[in-house]
Design a binder for this molecule. Structure first.
Ligand code: ATP
Length: 584
């Protein structure tokens, strides 16, 4: 039925769904692990037969040799199967991991920026790196271990029951104890504690990352790790939760461990009794003293099954939050190739749908002209610029390019027509060449020509490997102004008809600013340009200046007209010129 809510699988069931066709490899790994368990028992069975044979009045030496040889073969084959099981689970796990990371990266690329804004980069990194890594650990190690942990005891106990059911029953005592203790150890409140434990690890990780990132500020203000409350609080919280967990689980765990350490005693007592009173053979007694206790060890692999599954459930839930998020529409029209007039029609916008950032603003950014956005900090300039590139969708009104609502334009087509030079320079750990090319289909010569226009050529040529020098890490480091010129070179290379420059001279000293202005002059020719600049002297020649204030358009016009008509602009201009003189 169409209206019937389909129940989505969660946790391990969802993990197996994600595994898709790799499920077969995982099944193979499980089957091999069971076969390994079977083979692991064979040497003991053969040794049991050898001892029985040796206790006969006449020993068959040839038969003994054959059994010992077979036991050796079983051990070797067991190791081969163990290796093959591990290989199958690892190949499956790493392929699933690769697929998941690929899907996640692709998905994040299709999500509106608002999504990234709600999740900080640390949290996204944790999901894409750490949570996925835990899935690898679970698939490649835990699943084969759990299967062995069940198969080995089951097969061993089966054999022991066939040999002597009375001793086998006594050998089952640790299992019976486990059956009583497990529900006690993993009841609802313990599971909640376990979830709190995992959450506290996440919080502590985030606290540590923030502490390390904030180190320069912490040092300047003479702070210590204790006074950095987010860090100290998360570490304290982690300690409290671990203590609660240890206090809650140690009695049951202690009982189990002390019983298991003495598990030989009941088997020995009954074995000796049966040996003297019922005449069971010594080989049977030896067999139970070894296997009747030895089967318990693999069971320990199951002891953290609960916590492993809770970790996986948590990770899968977070992955699915991303994988099932609403993507930006990819359908729509293409932009007209000859009309790049931008119109804000009664646009209202808020990042959090509570506090308004733009209040029903109307203005036009004419094609082929330079429009500067100015205004006090927080007045909404960068927001306007980002709305043009549809980093966000407006809540009311519309942003139109060439008369078309940009929500009706294919996002990739919109992006092809816009270059954006950001306040922050995003550099990649790649060569300078690739940092400028940004995957565009351009030749090295075209990249270098763009670098020359953007005034980058000179400083790149001075680097040890020129354009092939890697950025960051052990490679080259560039000043803020140089990085911004790299951004300009990208924009020159892209040659899009709409150009948005957000605080492009933010990092500039006079020399850098001069260089950037030179680059601008060439870059903005014949384009529809939006410039956001705090240094008003850089935009006085703009065709239009829009003065923003508290999310409204306060005034619009040329520099000269605004000096006469807009008291706010006049104030800003006077403050700017005063600051310039002060600087001198
Ligand atoms: N990603 C965001 N999420 C939530 N609020 C935001 C976001 N970006 C900006 N804001 C808020 O929106 C308002 C307008 O910010 P915007 O960056 O557009 O102003 P601006 O005029 O460019 O400021 P500045 O000159 O300081 O860069 C501010 O109150 C700011 O705190």
């Amino acid at each position: 039925m169409a209206n019937k809510q389909e129940k989505k699988p969660s946790g391990v069931a969802r993990l197996l769904q994600i595994a898709g066709r790799r499920k077969r490899l995982l099944t193979l790994s499980a089957v091999l692990a069971v076969l390994h368990a079977l083979l692991a028992l064979i040497p003991y069975v053969l040794m049991y037969a050898v001892i029985r044979n040796m206790m006969q009045p006449v020993t068959d030496k040839a038969l003994l040799q054959t059994w010992i040889f077979r036991a050796g073969i079983a051990v070797a084959a067991g190791y081969v199967l163990l290796y093959a099981s591990g290989m199958a689970s690892h190949v499956a796990a790493f392929n699933i991991l690769y697929e998941l990371r690929r899907q996640m990266a692709e998905k994040i690329g299709k999500l509106p920026l608002g999504f990234i804004n709600r999740h900080n980069s640390g949290a996204l990194k944790k999901i894409m790196a750490d949570d996925i890594e835990r899935i690898e650990n679970f698939l490649a190690h835990s699943i084969p271990d759990f299967i062995k942990g069940i198969a080995l005891p089951v097969i061993t106990l089966g054999f022991l029951f066939v040999t002597d059911w009375r001793l086998a029953l006594v050998s089952c005592l640790p299992l019976a104890l486990l059956a009583i203790l497990i529900p006690l150890m993993f009841n609802k409140s313990r599971m909640e504690l376990l979830t709190a434990y995992h959450r506290s690890i996440e919080d502590m990780n985030a606290g540590i990352v923030e502490y390390v990132r904030a180190m320069p500020v912490i040092k300047i203000f003479g702070q210590t790790a204790d006074s950095f409350s987010k860090y100290s609080h998360t570490v304290y919280n982690f300690r409290e939760i671990v203590l609660r967990w240890v206090k809650a689980s140690s009695p049951a765990f202690g009982i189990f461990i002390s019983f298991v350490s003495n598990a030989t005693l009941p088997v020995l007592a009954l074995g000796l009794y049966l040996y003297f009173s019922q005449g069971i053979g010594l080989p049977v007694l030896f067999l139970f003293l070894i296997l009747g206790v030895g089967y318990i060890r693999p069971l320990f692999a199951l002891s953290n099954l609960g916590s492993q599954i809770s970790v996986i459930n948590h990770g899968i839930r977070r992955l699915d939050e991303i994988l099932f998020s609403q993507e930006q529409e990819t359908v729509g029209d293409d932009l007209l190739e000859d009309d790049f007039n931008i119109v804000f029609r009664e646009v209202s916008f808020s990042y959090d749908e509570r506090s308004s950032v733009l209040n029903c603003v109307n203005f036009t950014i004419p094609q082929g002209a330079v429009t500067a956005l100015v205004g006090p900090s927080g007045s909404g300039k960068s927001t306007v610029a980002q709305l043009v590139a549809r980093f966000w969708d407006v809540q009311q009104g519309a942003v139109l390019i060439g008369g078309k609502d940009i929500r009706r334009i294919k996002p990739e087509n919109l992006m092809q027509h816009i270059s954006f030079v950001f306040q922050d320079s995003f550099m990649f750990q790649q060569s300078m060449l690739e940092n400028i090319r940004m995957g565009m289909d351009k030749t090295d010569e075209e990249v270098m020509a763009a670098a020359k226009v953007a005034q980058c050529h000179e400083f790149i040529s001075r680097l040890p490997q020129g354009y092939h020098t890697l950025w960051g890490g052990t490679g080259a480091h560039l000043s803020g102004g140089e990085q911004q010129r790299i951004q300009l070179a990208r924009a020159v290379l892209k040659d899009a008809p709409i150009l948005i420059l957000d605080e492009a001279t933010a990092f500039s000293d006079p020399e850098n600013e001069y260089q950037i202005q030179q680059a601008f002059g060439r870059l903005i020719r014949h384009k529809t340009v939006i410039i956001i600049a705090h240094r008003l002297s850089t935009i006085t020649t703009s065709d239009q200046i829009i003065v923003m204030d508290k999310g409204d358009v306060h005034a619009a016009g040329t520099h000269e007209a605004l000096l006469k008509e807009s008291p706010l602009y006049l104030n800003m201009w006077e403050a700017h010129t005063r600051a310039k003189h002060f600087a001198i």
